[in-house]
Structures are given as structure tokens and as C-alpha cells.
Design a protein around this ligand. Structure first.
Ligand code: CP
Ligand code: NVA
Length: 318
């Protein structure tokens, strides 16, 4: 199994991967998932031997932090937890922080607000691998887990259609990238003023393979009619808490409930990156339904991130 490094040193966006990199990442992820029960006997158990991976989280996290920490340890590497107040431009410029870390660690996993900060970090340190663990704009590691889950469910994913219902946010942007790259059609429906950003729509045209299309809708039932999977995310993302009440009202017609799922293809999957808010973006019934794959998505975070770390760090020595 080849773990050849992608052309780009960082993973700030799904679009840092070529389609072939994405395919390879999913293949490696499937292998490491199958091999996990082998523990220290797994073929990848020593892939990060002698490597240090720093973690820097400026926003809350359950899944991303836990799965990255477990991934590094299960690959034989070492985790370095950083304090965000010491490392994101408050005490010294971001570029200085990056150039310090580059001398000590091989890779850094960052969750912050601005995508620009990540780009600055990555540009300042040519030998440091930077992984986006969520910004306001993108959540590429989530999208890797999402498409692995779809592959597991469907086998052949080309030509299927996913509808994303809700805020045109970080999760939506990365999902659009990853689905289109694999030939999956994607529908996005959002309230007026909360649509996918224009830059993401433009990038989608470049990302699409195998004739896959992005279609934008204004009515949730139109977007979901006949689709193979329905995806939603919180109405209020981290950092937007002051808008929560207003958003609850604006997004109310975009709740994923039994009535909406009924217009999708029979047996359509329900997907959510989590954390979920029952009674808001999704009802308890849909969340707990037989076709809900939300915990598969959460589990797959671990496997895709192991694959990503081994790809980015293969052949790179300090
Ligand atoms: N889905 C996801 O990224 O979860 P956390 O915010 O808990 O990391
Ligand atoms: N859109 C959400 C995703 C959380 C994983 C947020 O940014 O808070």
C-alpha cells in the first residue's frame, strides 16, 4: 500500500488533495480501520515512530481532538499539546510561532477561527506539516470521514446524490469539495443570506470529477427530493453564539425531520458531523433512525486522520 506524500505539504482544504490523493487516503483509511484490532502488530503501528505532532485548539472539540491524539499514538508518534493563548499570535507573531515549532515537531493540527492564520502558519514554516482541524471556512478532516462513510455504505459512490440542508458553513464547504471530487452530486439548501460562499461555489466547478454537479436550492423539500443521503449541521457554529436566537428562527424551515426525510429516496442516509441539537437542525427521531450513520462518521474521523498523518509524514524526517 503506497503512502506517497501528496504534492502539497499541508492539508488546509480538501482541495490540497488531488483526486488521486483523496482516493488513496480513503484506501489507507479502510486498511487501518480493518487492522485496528491488531494493535501494536498492525502494519502501521510504527509509522510515526520518533515523530512529534503538536495540537493547537482555539475552539472546543470532542471528536477532532480525541481522534487526532489516538491516531498519533496508535501510529507510534508523540502528541504535544499546546496552549492556544501561547501560540496563536497573542504573545508573538504567528510566523514566529510556526518557525519555532518547525524546529521541534513534524506536524501541527490546528483548530482556529481564520483560514488565513492557518495559511500564514503553513507559509512561514516550509518543513512543518499543517493540518486544518476546523476553521470558520472549512473542515476538511470531517469531509474525509464523511466520504469514507459513504463508500462503506454504498461501495460505488459515483453518481449518487447528497443533500446538505442548513448553513453554508465550514462543514458544507468541505463536504461539497470531497463529494464532487469523488463524482457524487451535491445539493445545498440554505436560508437566504446563509448560502455557500461564492468562492466555494466557484471552487466546486474546479473540484468536480466524473460529471458530478453542485446544485443550489432555496426550498428544503426540492433539495432533498430523491437524494441518497441528507446531511445537516448546527444552525449556530462556534463563534456565532450571539446570533443563536435569530438563527433558530431563520433556520426553522430547514429542520431535518421525518417529513423531509420522506421526500428523499427510501432508505436515504442521515448524516451529521456532530455535535447535534435535537429539536433544532434535526429531530430526535431522525437522529436515532435506522439510516442515521452519525456515529460511523465519528468513528471514521480516527481512521481517515491516521491515513492523512501517514501520507503527510511519509518519508519526512526532521
Ligand atoms: N465533528 C467535529 O469536528 O467534532 P468536534 O467539534 O467535537 O471536534
Ligand atoms: N459548523 C460547526 C461544526 C462543528 C464540528 C462549527 O463550526 O461549530
Amino acid at each position: 500500500m503506497s503512502t506517497a506524500a501528496p504534492a502539497r505539504k499541508d492539508f488546509l482544504s480538501v482541495l490540497d488533495f488531488e483526486t488521486a490523493d483523496l482516493e488513496r487516503c480513503l484506501e489507507i483509511a479502510a486498511h487501518v480501520k480493518a487492522d485496528r484490532s491488531l494493535g501494536r502488530q498492525a502494519p502501521t503501528a510504527g509509522s510515526l515512530e520518533g515523530r512529534h505532532v503538536a495540537m493547537l485548539f482555539e475552539k472546543a472539540s470532542l471528536r477532532t481532538r480525541s481522534t487526532f491524539e489516538i491516531a498519533v499514538v496508535e501510529l507510534g508518534g508523540n502528541v504535544v499539546s499546546l496552549q492556544p493563548d501561547a501560540a496563536l499570535g497573542k504573545r508573538e507573531p504567528v510566523s514566529d510561532v510556526a518557525r519555532n515549532l518547525e524546529r521541534w515537531v513534524d506536524c501541527i493540527v490546528i483548530r482556529t477561527f481564520s483560514q488565513k492564520v492557518l495559511e500564514e502558519f503553513a507559509a512561514a514554516a516550509p518543513r512543518l506539516r499543517v493540518i486544518n482541524a476546523l476553521t470558520d471556512d472549512q473542515h476538511p478532516c470531517q469531509a474525509l470521514a464523511d466520504v469514507l462513510t459513504l463508500r462503506e455504505q454504498w461501495g460505488q459512490v459515483k453518481g449518487r446524490t447528497v443533500a446538505y440542508v442548513g448553513d453554508g458553513n465550514n462543514v458544507a464547504v468541505s463536504l461539497v469539495h470531497a463529494t464532487l471530487m469523488l463524482g457524487i452530486n451535491i445539493h445545498v439548501v440554505s436560508p437566504d443570506g446563509y448560502a455557500l460562499p461564492d468562492w466555494a461555489v466557484q471552487q466546486a466547478a474546479l473540484a468536480a470529477r466524473h460529471g458530478a454537479r453542485l446544485r443550489l436550492f432555496t426550498d428544503a423539500a426540492d433539495a432533498v427530493a430523491g437524494v441518497d443521503a441528507v446531511y445537516t449541521d448546527t444552525w449556530t457554529s462556534m463563534g456565532q453564539e450571539a446570533e443563536a436566537e435569530q438563527r433558530r428562527q431563520i433556520f426553522a424551515p430547514f429542520q431535518v425531520n421525518d417529513a423531509l426525510m420522506a421526500v428523499a429516496k427510501p432508505g436515504a442516509l442521515f448524516m451529521h458531523c456532530l455535535p447535534a441539537h435535537r429539536g433544532e437542525e434535526v429531530t430526535a427521531e431522525v437522529f436515532e433512525s435506522a439510516t442515521s450513520v452519525v456515529f460511523d462518521q465519528a468513528e471514521n474521523r480516527l481512521h481517515v486522520q491516521k491515513a492523512l498523518l501517514s501520507m503527510l509524514l511519509s518519508g519526512q524526517h526532521h
